[in-house]
Design a protein around this ligand. Sequence first.
Ligand code: GLN
Length: 479
Amino acid sequence: MGALELSAQIQAGKIGAVETVAKYIRIAKNSRLNTFLAIPEERVLARAKEVQDKIDAGITLSPLAGVPVAVKDNISTEGTETTCASRMLEGYVPVFNATVIDKLEQAGMVVIGKVNMDEFAMGGSSETGYFGAVRNPWDATRVAGGSSGGSAAAVAAMEAPMALGSDTGGSIRQPCAFCGVTGIKPTYGSVSRYGLIAYASSMDQIGVIGTDINDCAALLEIISGPDTRDSTCVTDAPFAFGKENAAKIKIGLPRNYFNDSIDPEIIRAIFMAVKVFEDAGAVVEEFQMPLVDYIVPAYYALSSAEASSNLARFDGLKYGHRATEAKSLSDVYTLSRSQGFGMEVKRRIILGSFVLSSGYYDAYYRKALEIRGMIKEAYNQLFARYDVILAPVAPTTAYKLGENITDPMKMYMADVYTASVNLAGLPAVALPCGFDAQGLPIGMQLIGDAFSEPLLVAAARKYQACTDYHTRKPGVPNL
Ligand code: GLN
């Protein structure tokens, strides 16, 4: 059952909020995918009871009232450990909620637990976390994608009907593609980042994951909207998705994305999706995406620069891991950070400090900023011609655990189709659009101009009304 339908049944009194939440807790606790890092059972059940009491009292909460949500572990939850899957934050319990959590609770949703991810959201496979890798529900010997791998895997494996993730360079879309679920990376500035533990602040954005676009749209309506505690959250009002018509849209297809560095089965699936849109009345035209070779270098220069600055706060003093054996102040910094951060995080901090250093700032950081501006301008021109850009999410389907983790360049290159969207601050929807010969899900993305979520949602609805990929579920994982 989808999340909207589940809530409708709860609100109609056909099923109880507490029993629903208890059932999901049981499933989540028995997970063999390493999805959940924390399930504060007593609190969760107490919350569900509060929601049930409100429903019984006839209070209308939202179309998702009573629905359990899994939350990526870089989103602060008051009273519940929030670790970013890092030893650095092991045991850290926030004293406040992220704005999105307050909004979920006001809407009567129930946070059932915190889910696994790449450490500090740095990675594309959910293998870099301190608490071990997330496994793919379709094949447990494979990665779930990342960095919101726990969020996508939990939804795909029906351990939670919905999840929150975050997307800095592709981290909602890519795990959605690998796990066969639907997700929205919203326009930068449409969802508050207050309480999201920062990776690269100019690109980070919280987004939603569900089994279909209707559930995702409903959840995005709840979490979006202005927030006085985040000055980059520039939207005037939450999204309100109506009945936009996506039949006659003009779709751009980046011809040069389809070369020999992408799996031919993905190309085939994307072209089948093109056909679905054309049959539904859309006009599809190919174009040459400019600057493709510069996307990944610019993204990694900028995201690492911002990360090196953001992660300076973890110094062993204020909060986070502290090396107790340290004998001097400089030992506290060095040992705490050496022990607290994993390999990938250290690599980014070093790269980021390097591109920001006085001798190299102009050559790397400033140049990357210029490229970012050019990419944004290129998208502006594209959206003068097209309503939506249809593109692959990743060059491959889910690969084997351990296969790419020792090859950072290979891992980074896999962000080529997603990261430009974050550099330009744009919204994108990821949707399942097929399966490869091994039965692994294939995803596509619909990219729109800033704040064009209503059109993206309408286009995604149109696609899902004509296809059933989003309804397919994995069997029991082969462990
Ligand atoms: N794979 C990208 C990275 O490692 C994206 C991560 C993200 O979106 N959080 O930076």
